[in-house]
Ligand binder design. Sequence first.
Ligand SMILES: Nc1ncnc2c1ncn2[C@@H]1O[C@H](COP(=O)(O)O)[C@@H](OP(=O)(O)O)[C@H]1O
Ligand SMILES: [Mg+2]
Ligand SMILES: [Mg+2]
Ligand SMILES: [Mg+2]
Length: 369
Amino acid sequence: MCRNHAPAAWAETKLSDAKYASELAAACEAVTLASKLCQRVQQQLTTSEKADKDDASPVTVADYGAQALVAWVLQRADPSLKLSMVAEEDSADLIAPSGAAMLARITQLINSVLAEEQGAAPLSEQDVVGLIELGGSQGGPQGRHWVLDPIDGTRGFVGMRQYAVCLGMLQDGDVVLGVLGCPNLPQGAVGDDDGGAAAAGKSSSADVGCLFLAHRGAGAYVAPLSSSSSSLRRISVRDESDMGNARFMESYESRHSDHSFTAAVAKQAGVSLPPLRMDSQVKYGLLSRGDAGIFMRFPPPSYREKIWDHAAGCVIVEEAGGKVTDASGARLDFARGRWLDLDGGIIAAPPAVHGAVLAAAQAVRGSKL
Ligand SMILES: Nc1ncnc2c1ncn2[C@@H]1O[C@H](COP(=O)(O)O)[C@@H](OP(=O)(O)O)[C@H]1O
Ligand SMILES: [Mg+2]
Ligand SMILES: [Mg+2]
Ligand SMILES: [Mg+2]
């Protein structure tokens, strides 16, 4: 892959000379393009463009469209390499006869974005199916695998709240790049007063839409989603250990993360501020930017986490100086395939706070056994 594709703004950072500079540039372009498709769809989503998967989670034309567009950009960035991508969506429902109308609508959407944003020739329905199917890799500890959640927080997307396009790059078992496109997130700090409005995806300001990115060893950054190549700002987690000032974040949906359990952990740890409840990996972005101090996720015991729900967010938090572990304090291991087998839940926080939250979670878990 040639090395001259890094945006000019990167010269100001450690990124232009970084090992995976051109891959990061491609990832940012892919996420930005997919985010544009999502923004178009969110305003005009109709019920016929949603389907419920077996686990009752929704999938929309935008999930499929974003996955195909990310694969298209990555493939084009390096046509000589066979793309290995571990992505959430598959083509099964689209190639079934009942999926014909949805496939036609997705192809039309992709082609309008490609024509307007890239001046590119239209894709056929078969091309679109092929791009979506590139996401079927099993990942693993060797070589390079892109890790994609085309829309994380589909419930938030459908409900006009927060969502994120999430792309990571796994190299020999380590997530070395992460990019999050967050079209509904205010660029300014999400403070105590506007937390609820931001969670709902509503903001009084025009400055909405953020791109978070990180390169292992070269830091974490944020830029406006609309002009990500011109202004990058380095970000870091909060430097504060006072639990009285700490705010924690968790899923908007209690079925994704047990709100009563996190409330008990917060109480045990001395956290008194109410939680900020938001959909998607936007929460990892907010932690990395210092808007909130703690992220907790405690799904039902039977739930198995997937790597695309955490890969990009995790490297961004770590490069912003934060710590991300499961409920037994182990780092998350993204090299085991499509699943992220971990113990109990996920806790992310600055190092000065992480230990106390982990101890509190273990105490609450112990008391419930
Ligand atoms: N019962 C469950 N428990 C925990 N997580 C779940 C879940 N059902 C779905 N999820 C996952 O939670 C993700 C959203 O996380 P959050 O709650 O932070 O918004 C979903 O991502 P998708 O929206 O990409 O499907 C999905 O993978
Ligand atoms: Mg989903
Ligand atoms: Mg997800
Ligand atoms: Mg998703």
